[in-house]
Design a protein around this ligand. Structure first.
Ligand code: NAD
Length: 497
């Protein structure tokens, strides 16, 4: 019997207005159906927004430390259910269990950070230019937040958005990716059990074209936090012009790791394997390009290919598996299409490049870990986000050339350089155009209490994570209190000449 899931609106589990459903299947074994989910539309979003708007009037008055207490409960429940959540997530989107455990842990870290923020949420005071007057700026809630998320971090990314949104006193309408709706449902159950009042968090399942657009264009939604592709982000930015709502966009990447001649090659090798093939390369921060200085090019490539050929593909729930499947058939086709493009444009295939057709692997959307050598900066596989287990290797002569090649992309999310030379490391930090730079560590591995986000077409300048996300989910209100008992005019009465 396939489990049937529902939306969560105004504190009740309900079907979509249409009564229709969609299936969610295990990408490692597409014969296994995880559940049926409501295929929602605009009317379902309207009801969720109405519930969130009503709940906002009481939630905004709950003192932030009390909101923080609820988020502490959320973190505790996630700790208790970590293993179950991780297993369900692996079944749903394929990445290996160690990584889905990490995904849940990121949510736990975010919950505890948000809980502590309940007793900070600092404002500022500044002296007034006039006598007997007090100036301060305080953070106030904004209203209803629309949260639209991708499938590659089905727990971590929603928590990065929903927890600070709630802590700041906003209410939420949440649309998860249709490849990972069960993880979203489990998160909402936890929020309710932890004590989030009815209507404060609403969950609407469905497609981006219907539910996503209904949320991002909704006149009664005050702010939108979106993570996903640059193509969709661009549409949301255009649409948000009509209502001038506040929008945070976390989009694509084309991240690179540089390995200099003086690098610790063993360390750099572990870094690139994890960066390029972790989450089957389906991370916004995945290492998609490897930039090798010529002195280590051949040696490092030899080490890399030997290890890539040993990576074990399989069901992420099985012990010893290094790389899980692509999330769905479309993603597998996209990856294979890019391999064709790489070959056509003259890059050389040094490993992988095939859809496995044998045994258990034939039942899922697997793709062999793939390495292209002889890639030039103008090749499409060096420029476009592939979002799969494909690594493009480029050869450079100097640090300046390495940084120029790394920067030669419309994206700017994560970056990495392996070197023992402190001067080169600091020059790279100065010159690399990216939101995140790692020294002697791979392009992946963000920590929940640090700002996360990118430059250029990776986003629109906001940062998730850490203290910075609280700027997005709260509004500054400036307050002037005149206790002089007289009429005082700023700028004018102080400076009469
Ligand atoms: P996607 O853009 O296809 O979908 C993301 C979400 O948007 C989904 O919930 C989807 O249903 C919804 N959506 C689709 N069309 C929409 C529309 N027109 N209006 C509103 N919502 C719509 O992305 P994806 O395939 O789920 O995720 C992969 C992409 O996400 C990659 O480009 C990756 O780099 C990016 N990503 C970025 C970050 C980051 O923090 N920068 C993190 C993870 C993933």
């Amino acid at each position: 019997m396939v489990k049937k899931f529902q939306n969560f609106v105004g504190g009740r589990w309900v079907d979509a207005e249409s009564g229709q459903t969609f299936e969610n299947r295990n990408p490692a074994n597409w014969g296994e159906c995880i559940g049926l989910f409501p295929k929602s539309g605009r009317g379902d979003v309207d009801r969720a927004v109405e519930a969130a708007r009503k709940a906002f009037e009481s939630w905004r008055l709950v003192p932030p430390p009390k909101r923080g207490d609820i988020l502490k409960n959320v973190g505790d429940l996630m700790v208790a259910r970590k293993e179950d959540l991780a297993r369900q997530m692996t079944r749903e989107m394929g990445k290996v269990l160690a990584e889905t455990r990490g995904d849940v842990q990121e949510g736990i870290d975010t919950a505890y950070y948000a809980s502590g923020e309940g007793r900070r949420l600092f404002g500022r005071t500044a002296p007034s230019e006039l006598p007997d007057k007090f100036n301060m700026a305080i953070r106030v809630p904004i209203g209803v937040a629309g949260i639209v998320t991708p499938w590659n971090f089905p727990m971590a990314i929603p928590t990065w958005k929903i927890f600070p949104a709630l802590l700041c006193g906003n209410t939420v309408v949440f649309k998860p990716a249709s490849d990972t709706p069960a993880t979203a449902a489990a998160l909402v159950e936890i929020l309710m059990e932890a004590g989030v009042p009815e209507g404060v968090v609403n969950l609407v399942h469905g497609g981006g074209g219907e539910v996503g657009t209904a949320i991002t264009g909704h006149p009664d939604i005050d702010l939108v936090s979106f993570t996903g592709s640059t193509a969709v982000g661009r549409k949301i930015a255009e649409a948000s012009g009509a209502t001038l709502k506040r929008v945070s966009l976390e989009l694509g990447g084309k991240n690179a790791q540089i390995v200099m001649n003086d690098a610790d090659l063993d360390l750099a090798l572990e870094g690139v394997l994890w960066g390029a093939f972790g989450t089957t390369g389906q991370r916004c921060t995945a290492t998609s390009r490897l930039i090798l200085q010529e002195g280590v090019h051949d040696t490092f490539l030899g080490m890399l290919i030997a290890r890539v050929k040993k990576l074990k593909l399989g069901d992420g729930l099985d012990d010893g598996v290094d790389v899980g499947p692509c999330v769905n058939e479309g993603q597998q086709k996209t990856v294979h299409g890019y391999v064709g493009v790489g070959l056509e444009q003259g890059a050389e295939l040094a490993a992988g490049g095939r859809i496995p057709r044998d045994g258990d692997l034939a039942r899922g959307w697997f793709y062999e870990p793939t390495v292209f050598t002889g890639v030039r900066p103008e090749h499409r596989i060096a420029r476009e986000e592939i979002f799969g287990p494909v690594l493009s290797v480029l050869r450079v002569h100097t640090l300046d050339e390495a940084v120029a090649v790394l920067n030669d992309t419309v994206y700017g999310l994560s970056s990495s350089i392996y070197t023992k030379n402190t001067n080169d490391a600091f020059r790279a930090i100065r010159d690399i155009k990216a939101g995140i730079t790692y020294i002697n560590a791979p392009t992946i591995g963000a920590e929940a209490h640090m700002p996360f986000g990118g430059v250029k077409q990776t986003g629109n300048g906001h940062r998730e994570g850490g203290w910075t996300v609280y700027d997005f989910f709260s509004e500054w209100k400036t307050v002037y209190i005149d206790y002089s008992g007289g009429f005082q005019r700023a700028q004018i009465d102080n400076y009469r000449s």
